[in-house]
Design a protein around this ligand. Structure first.
Ligand code: 2YH
Length: 272
């Protein structure tokens, strides 16, 4: 599982307005609209409520990531929520959030990143929410996924969630993971739900047959330049981005990638 680095998120807050402009040009939808759609929430109803949200620093494991809570809080603030970062970390942070009137809390350790609604008990996991948010955006970018072959690279929590939603939206899912038992398990699960899905064992061959790609893998440069054409559309929730740096500018209009924005926004809308 990828642990974000301070560098990955240092520009998130300052870049949110520009991020949203680019997201709208790629998908036709703002960050708020993508998240609301992914969570199947009514945007008008949500805009009206100014919900109080606390983001709690967590010191366990490898500890605090510089700028992590600020980036999460900045995204929630940008979406219109009344957000604060607790002064205290860990359990004292939870107490502070409750005393401060928070209805929703966000917190992450090295393994799990959750949003939790203290009133309703609703909980959202970053991995699953990121998959849902990215596929909602990809569906917009592709003007629908029905009958379209979609290659999902990576069968971790984000890839599993993404593959599930691609299948639900009528896409033809193929899965590649460096660990073939993980891709087999995901494909078996989809087939049990009556969704057609295929295991790919040769990534190069799989890439040569797909124009719509979900890069949910933590590997760098997993998509070689020869497989990126004017018709390739890439949704890349995986950090770092699997597109080689020299290919990014040229194809940026058809590459969706961010370190936190879509995942955090979708988590929030899933619990409210
Ligand atoms: O980046 C991570 C994990 N890889 C979460 C993975 C969930 N999909 N966690 C962030 C840790 C933040 C740190 N504890 C802090 O600053 O509070």
């Amino acid at each position: 599982m990828t642990r974000l680095k301070a560098d990955d998120i240092s520009k998130v807050v300052a870049g949110l307005t520009q991020y949203d402009v680019e997201l709208i040009s790629k998908t036709g939808c703002s960050l708020k609209a993508i998240a609301a759609r992914a969570a199947q929430r009514d945007l008008d109803h949500i805009s009206a409520s100014r919900l109080k949200i606390a983001v709690i620093p967590v010191t366990s494991g490898q500890g605090i990531i510089g700028g992590f809570t600020a980036a999460v809080a900045g995204i929630l603030d940008y979406l219109g929520f009344d957000t604060f970062i607790t002064q205290n970390s860990d359990v004292a942070g939870i107490a502070e959030a409750i005393h401060g009137g928070a209805e929703v809390v966000f917190a992450a350790d090295d393994h799990k990143f959750i949003a939790f609604n203290l009133r309703t008990g609703a909980i959202a996991d970053n991995g699953a929410a990121t998959g849902q948010g990215y596929i909602t955006a990809l569906n917009q970018m592709c003007c629908g996924l029905t009958e379209k072959p979609v290659l999902v690279i990576g069968a971790g929590p984000v890839g599993r969630s993404a593959a599930g939603l691609v299948a639900k939206l009528g896409g033809l899912v193929s899965v590649y993971d460096i660990d073939v038992t993980a891709s087999r398990a995901l494909v078996d699960e989809l087939r049990k739900q009556g969704q057609p899905a295929k295991v790919e064992t040769d990534l190069d061959y799989a890439l040569s047959r797909h124009q719509v790609i979900v890069d949910a893998s933590p590997a760098e440069a997993v998509i070689p330049p020869r497989h990126i054409t004017e018709r390739t559309i890439i949704a890349a929730p995986g950090v770092p981005l699997g597109v080689p740096p020299e290919q990014r500018g040229k194809h940026s209009a058809r590459i969706l990638h961010d370190p936190l924005q879509i995942g955090v926004a979708t988590m929030c809308f899933l619990v409210i």
